[in-house]
Ligand binder design. Structure first.
Ligand code: HEC
Length: 325
């Protein structure tokens, strides 16, 4: 190779390396000595549209320095939160949080999972106390999986309970997050929230887990079975709450089903299985998620709902045939 060719090659290579390192992480950059990351402004409570950032989606502020959104997507998502100055991350999702990624960036996790159909008084008080304490350390980010339904419901309930906004204002914020109206339990948690006085908060325990114990595999299957029975009853009533079980919220049941498959995939009992096992779990999760999305949307088609539910049921049979029966 001639010298000029070599030098062109070296230039191309160097450019490639630089581009690659910039894309992977600004902290890997070889140029500046101290890793001064550009600060990322948090969304403001006055904004009427959710914001997307690298690795963080559907971010909506429920108060100054208190933001609801999606689960951080890998290192990029955690980098974004760090550059926003977030000090505490609260997960209300069932999945085990990535505690190490948060810790490595000086952030703390609090894990208080909630259901798709709301949460009880105890969990509400825990969420309120945890947030109120955490806010003294810096901005708080609260997330579920997509950051549209559960984290929005929790954030609204917390904001109204701490007197940051009225219950109707908090409910309006949920609409900004895009919480579907069918999540009646989540909307009820926010609309019924009233200010909790400081002395009542003081009496609550102040220690919260960074990881709540996940459901075991067999226990998870039993729950999956229960939710599937609920959905069968819902289907029989034309995809409406069954008359003899009016507390069942169709979209919440489908959401719970999708969540359970996602949660069980992460368990060691599932990871030890061959790869096609995980592929089947993913398949079941996808169909359940599709069912949830359809039930959340305004115009529903019962025939399509039933067809999708059939796919879920078929996916149970497929896996059991190879791995259980
Ligand atoms: C990807 C694989 C897979 C899928 C999908 C799956 N299951 Fe299972 N399921 C299993 C395995 C494996 C077991 C046995 C677990 C054990 O005993 O360790 C099981 C066990 C069960 C059990 C028995 C639990 C007990 O009491 O021991 C029920 C009920 C069940 N599944 C229901 C369902 C339903 C309903 C669906 C679909 C909505 C479903 N499963 C989807 C793998 C799967």
């Amino acid at each position: 190779m001639t010298t000029w060719r070599k030098s062109i090659w070296l230039t191309v290579l160097a450019a490639g390396v630089l581009t690659a390192s910039c894309q992977s992480s600004p902290r890997d950059s070889t140029t500046a000595a101290p890793p001064v990351a550009p600060p990322i402004p948090l969304p403001a409570p006055s904004e009427t549209k959710p914001r997307d950032y690298p690795g963080i989606h559907n971010a909506v502020a429920y108060h100054e320095n208190f933001v609801s959104g999606s689960a951080p997507d890998g290192d990029t998502g955690f980098d974004t939160l760090q550059h926003m100055g977030v000090k505490t991350i609260i997960s209300v999702d069932g999945a085990v949080p990535e505690v190490d990624k948060a810790k490595a960036r000086g952030m703390r996790y609090i894990h208080l999972p909630i259901g798709y159909n709301g949460f009880d008084e105890q969990r509400k008080l825990e969420l309120v106390r945890a947030t109120s304490d955490a806010m003294t350390q810096g901005p708080v980010y609260i997330h579920c999986h997509h950051g549209k339904h559960r984290s929005a419901g929790a954030a609204a309930c917390i904001a109204a309970s701490l007197g940051w906004e009225t219950a109707p204002e908090a409910v309006e914020r949920m609409k900004v997050s895009g919480t579907a109206p069918n999540y009646t339990g989540l909307y009820a948690a926010a609309s019924s929230a009233t200010m909790i006085d400081a002395t009542a908060l003081e009496r609550l325990p102040a220690h919260f887990p960074e990881v709540s114990k996940p459901t075991g595999f067999v226990q998870g299957m039993i729950e999956i079975d229960e939710v599937t029975e609920h959905l069968k009853a819902i289907e029989k009533s034309g995809w409406q709450p069954p008359p003899d079980h009016p507390d069942l919220v169709p979209v919440a049941e489908a959401g719970r089903l999708a969540d359970l498959f996602r949660q069980l995939r992460a368990l060691d009992a599932a990871k030890r299985r061959p790869p096609d096992f995980d592929a089947m779990m993913q398949e079941s999760n996808r169909h359940a998620q599709a069912l949830e999305d359809m039930l959340a949307s305004a115009d529903r088609d019962n025939a399509k709902l039933s067809a999708t539910f059939k796919l879920v049921a078929a996916s149970c049979k497929d896996c059991h045939a190879g791995y259980r029966d």
